[in-house]
Ligand binder design. Structure first.
Ligand code: MG
Length: 159
């Protein structure tokens, strides 16, 4: 039986931080602030996978009060979500995500992001969708105050 999950995440853009999205470090004047590497794309995907199997969200599994996750690569969180799927005898069918960022240009990095996400989930890159859009200069994304990510996951679970 195929189950679906949804995930959403946002992190503020600040000076003096690296910008990491989908496990790719992107050269930019600002980076995302957060306890881990603040990879909003990996976080949204993690919540989508966890949601598909009815688990608690990433913030409860990996609290930002736990020093173990300080500056941690968010690939760890996605790998753990995938491990929980396998633990239930399940299989990730596909994932899809959209990034909302005014700057920088995301397109040149999409292939590398997909490869990283696919590796973390243990699925082929062809089962990973990542798109990017600007916010047409509106709202916090449009003012370049932050970057948002949305994701869905479909997971085949035994009855
Ligand atoms: Mg987050």
């Amino acid at each position: 039986m195929v189950h679906v999950g949804i995930g959403y995440d946002v992190h503020p853009l600040v000076e003096g931080r690296r910008l990491v999205l989908g496990g790719v470090e992107i050269p930019h004047a600002k980076g995302l602030e957060g306890h881990s590497d603040a990879d909003a794309l990996m976080h949204a995907l993690t919540d989508a996978v966890l949601g598909a199997i009815g688990e608690v969200d990433i913030g409860h599994l990996f609290p930002n009060t736990d020093a173990a996750w300080k500056n941690a690569p968010s690939r760890i969180f996605l790998e753990e979500a995938a491990r929980r799927v396998r633990e239930r005898g399940g299989r990730i069918v596909n994932v899809d995500a959209s990034l909302a960022a005014e700057q920088p240009k995301i397109y040149p990095h999409l292939a590398a992001m997909k490869a990283n996400i696919a590796a973390a989930l243990g699925i082929p890159p062809g089962k990973v969708g990542v798109k990017a859009t600007t916010n047409e200069r509106m709202g916090f994304v449009g003012r370049e105050e932050g970057i948002a990510a949305m994701a869905v996951a479909s997971v085949d679970l035994p009855e």
